[in-house]
Design a protein around this ligand. Structure first.
Ligand SMILES: [Fe+2]
Length: 281
């Protein structure tokens, strides 16, 4: 264990292996990802329209199960890679093969899950008002009960996937007796801080914790990572989530996924803790 924290600035990408890669890619396309590149060994790199050159790596699973091979965080400086490389479980720092290049190092958390750190990736142009992909063909003005700014104009939308901006967060369910160990490991190893905890009054313990990236006085997302105590025997990725622009965009994507025959888990809805609109598939 290192004593100096690895200072991360944002999430970079997640890495999944799928038992049926083509079905997964069909879903991911309908979900709103854009295929950026494929390498010669079966990795498919998918992006959003944000700065990261890719946010999702998909490849064929070696067996009949889906596997999560960890998430990558962009670090602030090259020396953060050295700090990561000093962790007991660390790989050497190596060239990052994905779009944008840079360097990457991987460590394992107490559950054996990979945590990767990237630096020096060439980024895409940040999105601006004029480059924001919009599904609305008309002017985005909403009337309310007290204010009617849209008079005599309609609102019309193009059906399709919700364009994804960036990777929002991911998190693990872990065996209950590993919860505190896992939480403390992430708090000590990265510059993550607790935002909200879910407390169980029956056991007297916290059982889910949402963590944000600590960038001092700069605001960051409510959470980029979470960990939850579960009755499962092994740690598992609970979900990863992706940011879209607004409620209309999310609703259009929801309808698109339904039309394509995909199965909704939960949503649309709004979370209490982070206030974000959600839609789980
Ligand atoms: Fe979430």
């Amino acid at each position: 264990m290192t004593h100096q924290r690895i200072r991360v600035v944002r999430l970079a990408h997640v890495y999944y292996q799928h038992p049926n890669l083509q079905t997964a890619l069909d879903f991911l396309g309908d979900f709103g990802f854009i295929e950026q590149a494929r390498d010669g060994v079966g990795k498919v790199y998918l992006r959003g329209y944000g700065e990261q050159p890719y946010i999702y790596v998909a490849e064929q699973s070696p067996d009949d199960s889906r596997h999560f091979l960890g998430a990558a965080w962009a670090v602030e400086t090259r020396s953060d890679l050295d700090i990561a490389a000093g962790v007991d479980s660390a790989t050497p720092i190596r060239k990052n093969d994905g779009p944008g290049g840079g360097e990457i190092v991987s460590i394992k958390d107490p559950n054996g899950m990979f945590v990767h750190f990237v630096h020096g990736q060439e980024l895409r142009q940040p999105v601006t008002g004029s480059s924001l992909p919009v599904l609305e063909k008309t002017v985005s003005v909403s009337n309310t009960v007290t204010r009617k700014d849209r008079k005599g104009d309609f609102r019309r939308f193009t059906p399709g996937p919700s364009p994804i901006h960036k990777l929002g967060h991911y998190g693990y369910g872990v065996p209950r007796n590993n919860f505190k160990l896992t939480l403390n490991w992430y708090l000590k190893t990265l510059n993550l801080k607790e935002t909200d905890s879910v407390f169980n009054p029956i056991t007297g313990d916290d059982e889910t914790c949402f963590l944000h990236i600590d960038l001092g006085d700069q605001f960051t997302d409510h959470h980029s990572f979470f960990v939850a105590a579960t009755d499962a025997p092994h740690a598992f990725v609970h979900h990863s989530s992706y940011e879209v622009n607004d409620f209309d965009t999310e609703t259009l994507g929801h309808d698109w996924l339904l039309k394509k025959g995909w199965k909704n888990c939960w949503g649309l809805g709004r979370h209490v803790l982070g206030s974000q609109i959600f839609d789980y598939w």
